[in-house]
Design a protein around this ligand. Sequence first.
Ligand SMILES: [Cu+2]
Length: 109
Amino acid sequence: MNAAANPLRPAFLALLLGTATIVVPAQAETIEVTIDRLVYAPAEIEAKVGDEIEWINKDALVHTATMKGGTEVLVPAKKSGRLLMREPGSFDYICRYHPNMEGHITVRP
Ligand SMILES: [Cu+2]
């Protein structure tokens, strides 16, 4: 029997939970965009600052998500690429190699 240790346990758990609450910030999300046959789907997405966008490339071709203004994510064939959205704004992007591929991200504060 370990009766002496039991009264300490709830306090220990409360301490752990309290710590977790401090460490975990506002919940950030990962928003997935599939690339299939040279199309971003969905083409229009909304995110919050701190969210990540993940492009999942189902094609056997390299694609990119290239924002006007410079930021570029390389999305290799059959792989994925991620981008952390650090600022609010409205961003158009295209694929560097297939400029008729177009997508849009709205990032809210
Ligand atoms: Cu492409």
